[in-house]
Design a protein around this ligand. Structure first.
Ligand code: ZN
Length: 311
């Protein structure tokens, strides 16, 4: 009898020990192994042209090299012609194209508009300039621009006034060369500078696409549970319609999260607690996958390594 009691007792102890062990492994929230905290700085796309301060802000451009515009009904026929000729002139000399559309990014107005105080920063030229921009660090993306042709009709062979104002709306500032079309005082003999053409062609050589990037990620493991916080931003030229965040532990897929639309210049923060993972692994990988073309996909993967305890 006594021997049997001892065996039963031992068995119960074993069950208890195994149970406690399993409990420890499966209870979330106990102090765990932290993954090396990592932060990633925005990876600026290297553009192979010099910024000479020719634009109001560095790297100003519209989303696409085909820019839509609308012409207000307040513009008379002569001014409408000027605008069309100005766009044709620029389209012929640069990689840009312009198309008329009711809700165009670039509004051509013909009434006298004084820049509103809060707009002054962007609407620098008074009569033409970007009116809404988003800084995605790689580019200052112009979401909308305005041109006001309130002066009397252009008398030059070339519509220099309209070209000057459209160039402002494309982000170009005045210069101090009296022979340039961007000189503050307009003259019929002024020419379109090569630096402007080169700048435009260089800026718009980047294809319009989104650029999702893992900006920051922090993770810790407790038994079989993983907690993490990840920041994903869109630093491109186009909104991202949707993507997936995939998590791997030592190359094994753990979980996929569906990310909805991420507009340009915005971020999404995902905070996840108690995600089941294998008990032991060394590497954790986060990957943002989209079926869309992106400016740079190299910034879509981040690998975290287990931090040695005591280090
Ligand atoms: Zn001007």
């Amino acid at each position: 009898m006594k021997a049997l009691d001892a065996v039963i007792l031992l068995f119960l102890f074993l069950v208890l020990a195994v149970g406690l062990g399993l409990l420890w492994l499966n209870i979330p929230g106990l102090p765990g192994q932290p993954f090396k905290e990592q932060e990633f700085n925005i990876n600026k796309t290297e553009l192979n042209y010099e910024t000479k301060g020719v634009q109001f802000y560095p790297n100003m451009r519209y989303r696409d090299k085909i820019i839509s515009y609308s012409v207000s009904n307040s513009c008379d026929l002569a001014k409408k012609k000027d605008v069309e000729r100005a766009f044709a002139f620029l389209a012929e000399r640069t990689i840009l194209d312009f198309k008329e559309s009711p809700n165009g990014e670039l509004s051509i107005l013909c009434s006298e508009i004084a820049p509103e105080p809060e707009e002054k920063g962007h609407f620098v030229a008074g009569e033409g300039g970007p009116s809404e921009i988003i800084n995605t660090t790689t580019f200052s993306v112009i979401l909308s621009g305005k041109v006001s042709l309130y002066r009397r009709t252009n008398e030059c062979v070339r519509p220099n006034v309209a070209i000057h104002e459209i160039l402002h709306a494309l982000g170009f500032d005045h210069n101090n060369n009296a022979e340039s079309i961007m000189y503050p005082v307009t003259d019929c003999d002024q020419i379109l500078d090569t630096y402007i053409v080169n700048e435009i062609n260089s800026l718009y050589s980047t294809e319009s696409a989104s650029d999702l990037m893992i900006e920051k990620v922090r993770a810790s493991q407790t038994g079989k549970y993983l907690n993490f916080e990840i920041t994903i931003g869109n630093f491109g030229l186009k909104d991202s319609p949707g993507s997936n965040l995939i998590i791997y532990s030592d190359d094994t897929e753990v979980k996929t999260f569906v990310l909805e639309e991420i507009e340009i210049g915005t971020r999404k923060i995902l905070n996840v607690t108690n995600l089941r993972v294998p008990l032991s692994f060394e590497n954790l990988e986060f990957e943002v996958k989209s079926s869309e073309k992106e400016i740079d996909k190299r910034n879509n993967i981040v690998e975290l390594k287990l931090e040695e305890i005591g280090q």
